[in-house]
Design a protein around this ligand. Structure first.
Ligand SMILES: [Zn+2]
Length: 363
């Protein structure tokens, strides 16, 4: 599949048409302003689920796939399948819908999907190469079919040379799995928190591509549709474009299950992950690094830094609309520590709704 891209910055037209970079640190879907999106590192997911499982002794991946399915069903129920549409879509032809899902997955960097076979109301078979996370992707597909068809689907995948075949089989004889209400509540709370709000003083404006209007920073990403991946041009790190509240929703669900507050642990894991990733990267001066980090944070939908100052051993920032404070500050801490070659002490306080003042100090 060839994606239509902006000739100047190389970002798919699909993103400019369907999403809005608000200038307040948020990326919102045009048709659904409650959907805040972010670019996230693929490796981070693998790393954090393994670490959380090890540290908490729970199957974090199971919680992740369950929450992902809930997020999808919640979205489909409230935005796609309400009222008459619910019935219309069940009789609509599947092929255009499958093509749309495949195109969107390519733009989001979720993997390279290909249609293999389907029979209405019976089964759907897709091929996927380079899925960003096979169980999550497969569960999301299954949930999509459950929502669309209103019946239970069994799912299995088989290895194939260089990829996988995902089989989804309708089981009308089996009851629909009920949504876990507690999990849904955690997820909705996470969504509310991730939503952000208006930004009071806007620091410098975002530099936008003169052709498509998206942040210039995104030109550092390369959409490789033959692979179904999105990669940082310099260094090859892989990214996905995902709903911002699923990860915080999983953290909340893990907190509910374990009865522990996990913010500190998530911040620490985020910091360690980026410290490790940064070993491959040569950073410039403090000024150039923080400037790039701040601009990237806005382009990737993580936050908007409205003011900052720095010097040897300290960095102070005011930021609006942080998407998930522990994840975000862990990332900033890693950059700070890499530059200072010392550990960071991180403190923060809210200055207004959706606004934080953050201080990193070398210790
Ligand atoms: Zn452009």
């Amino acid at each position: 599949m060839d994606l239509k891209k902006c000739p100047l910055c190389g970002v798919p037209r699909y993103l400019a048409r369907n999403y809005r970079w608000t200038g307040t640190g948020c990326i919102l879907a045009r048709r659904d302003p409650e959907s805040r999106m972010i670019f996230e590192e693929v490796d981070f997911y693998q790393y954090i689920w393994e670490e959380l499982e090890r540290l908490l002794g729970v199957v974090a991946l199971e919680v992740m796939t369950r929450t992902q399915r809930l997020a999808l069903r919640d979205y489909m129920d409230s935005h796609i399948l309400f009222g008459w549409k619910k019935w219309a879509i069940r009789v609509a032809p599947m092929t255009p819908l499958i093509s749309r899902v495949i195109r969107q997955s390519t733009v989001f960097g979720l993997g390279r999907f290909e249609y293999v076979d389907h029979r209405r109301g019976k089964y759907l078979v897709l091929r996927v190469k380079n899925p960003f996370h096979l169980p999550i992707v497969a569960e999301a597909l299954r949930e999509m079919m459950v929502s669309l068809r209103g019946c239970h689907y069994e799912m299995a995948w088989t290895d194939e040379d260089g990829g996988y075949i995902i089989h989804l089989l309708a089981r009308k004889d089996m009851p629909l799995e009920a949504m876990d209400e507690e999990n849904l509540l955690s997820l909705r709370r996470a969504k509310l928190e991730a939503m952000g709000g208006p930004v009071l003083p806007t620091g410098s404006g975002m530099r936008r591509c003169s052709e498509c209007g998206l942040p210039e920073e995104l030109s550092q990403l390369e959409w490789r549709e033959q692979e179904g991946t999105v990669r940082f041009r310099d260094g090859g790190f892989r990214f996905v474009f995902v709903t911002s509240h699923v990860f915080p929703g999983v953290v909340k669900e893990l907190e509910r299950i374990t009865g522990r507050e996990l913010g500190t642990m998530v911040m620490e894991l985020s910091r360690i992950y980026h410290r490790h990733a940064l070993r491959r990267v040569k950073l410039g001066s403090r000024g150039a690094t923080y400037d790039a980090l701040n601009r990237y944070s806005e382009a990737a939908g993580w936050c908007k830094v409205t003011d900052y100052s720095f010097g040897p051993g300290y960095l102070e920032l005011t930021m609006a609309n942080p998407y998930h404070v522990p994840r975000l500050l862990g990332r900033f801490a890693a950059f700070f520590e890499h530059l200072e070659e010392q550990e960071a002490e991180v403190t923060w306080e809210p200055t207004a709704p959706h606004n934080l003042k953050v201080l990193f100090r070398a210790v």
